[in-house]
Design a protein around this ligand. Structure first.
Ligand SMILES: NC(=O)c1ccc[n+]([C@@H]2O[C@H](COP(=O)([O-])OP(=O)(O)OC[C@H]3O[C@@H](n4cnc5c(N)ncnc54)[C@H](O)[C@@H]3O)[C@@H](O)[C@H]2O)c1
Length: 386
């Protein structure tokens, strides 16, 4: 295996998780940090013994020693950073959403194809071992025909009008907040596990706080609870706090989900339930090592993640023995390992979501926004592999 040098752009909440996850691989070195907050970059660079930090990411892209880039900045920066990184010949992992429009995402898919670089949209939540178990159970026919897909992605960190983050501002985030930020994870998981595609949908959205109190200084994700009243100013909000979607997957399968960032008590509550003609499965991100399996004529089961009891194809997604929990940050390691292995072996089929999957989520999002605007059902285009 080659040793790769990588760069992380943006070192807020998720950038740091990327940084730590990369270092768990062994054969990938965090060589550079591109972070506009120079002081934060310097501190983190020292802590992690990173070779170079720069507040201007272009300077890092000029360095031929950099093999790959992780884009972990606010959404609006994904498009220019990914485009520039591909044009500089780097392989790219980009956080979701891939961009803020279908048009931009399609350009990135085309550019990745043209440059022949490995590309990943970071839908990491597919990589929990028991999400893979659900997928493999469906593939093996254990669930039968998929009839109903339902669930929610609910959080509470933006419940109060004093809660602030760049995601609230469409200029940094793009038009949609909840549906783009967490709805995209739900839809990616629903399509990945069922193997079916959302073909049409009907969406509703709500912004409960039409104005919010914006802090006068910057606030990192999930870190806004410690400010005092004089630290704020009142601003109008143009991104949604809530989204509700009913959808069709082809002629027979039906589904529904909600997304919310104002659901008191739900921290990172992605739960998905899939009901087939033979059995049902239900999984909740806040208890990731448990999978509920529902039966009509025999007692229901709850299985605990244990590689020796998983389907063979799900087993490589669990690195620890049964009873040793694997959670959110482990999904990062699972994606990164597959991504860098695919750079090492150019003939390997990518075992991770690519830019085409990011484009797919933006097509679903565009349909959701059009549906909510028109108060009508909207068709979603067919998936186009990259
Ligand atoms: N896959 C997941 O589970 C997951 C989880 C959280 C966030 N995300 C995604 O990651 C991205 C970042 O979200 P976050 O919550 O970490 O945000 P954050 O605000 O915590 O961090 C963003 C960082 O980017 C830096 N930045 C801003 N402009 C920059 C520039 N021009 N150059 C370099 N750095 C710049 C900021 O200083 C900050 O450190 C978003 O697109 C979000 O959707 C994904």
């Amino acid at each position: 295996m080659h040793r790769f040098n990588t760069a992380v752009f943006g070192t807020g909440f998720v950038g740091r998780v990327h940084l730590e996850g990369i270092r768990r691989l062994g054969f990938v070195h965090v060589y550079a940090i591109g972070e506009s907050n120079a002081e934060k970059a310097r501190k983190l660079g020292e802590e992690f013994h990173v070779d170079k930090t720069d507040s201007d990411y272009h300077k890092i892209l000029e360095d031929p020693a950099v093999d790959a880039v992780h884009v972990c900045t606010p959404n609006i920066l994904h498009f220019p950073m990914v485009r520039d990184a591909l044009q500089a010949g780097k392989h790219v992992i980009c956080e979701k959403p891939l961009s803020t429009s279908v048009e931009q995402a399609a350009q990135l898919v085309a550019l990745a194809r043209q440059t022949g670089r490995r590309n990943c949209t970071f839908h990491n939540l597919r990589f929990y071992p028991l999400v893979q178990q659900m997928r493999r159970m469906r593939e093996a026919g254990d669930l039968g025909e998929i009839l109903v897909v339902q669930g929610t992605y609910s959080q509470d960190w933006l419940l109060y009008d004093t809660d602030w983050n760049w995601r609230l501002d469409s200029k940094a985030n793009g038009r949609s907040r909840c549906l783009a930020d967490i709805g995209s994870h739900f839809c990616d998981m629903a399509e990945h596990v069922t193997g079916a595609r959302i073909t049409s949908l009907c969406a509703d959205m709500q912004t409960f706080h039409k104005t919010r109190k914006r802090p006068k200084g910057p606030v990192e994700t999930f870190a806004g609870k410690t400010l005092a009243p004089e630290d704020y100013q009142e601003v109008e909000i143009d991104t949604e706090d809530y989204g509700g979607v009913i959808f069709r997957m082809g002629d027979r399968t039906r589904g529904a989900f909600t997304v919310s960032q104002v659901s008191a008590g739900r921290k990172n509550g992605l739960s998905i339930e899939i009901y087939g003609s033979k059995a049902g499965v239900a999984w909740n991100q806040e208890r990731p090592d448990e999978l509920w399996i529902g039966h009509r004529n025999t007692p229901n089961q709850i299985i605990i993640k244990d590689p020796s009891l998983l389907k063979e194809a799900a087993r490589p997604y669990a690195d620890l023995p049964g009873g040793h929990s694997e959670g959110y940050d482990d999904t990062f390691k699972q994606v990164f390992r597959r991504f860098y292995q695919s750079i090492d072996d150019p003939s390997a089929e990518p075992q991770y979501p690519q830019f085409a999957d990011g484009l797919r989520q933006l097509q679903i999002l565009e349909a959701e926004l059009a549906s909510a605007d028109r108060r009508a059902w909207v068709d979603v285009p067919a998936f186009q592999p990259g």
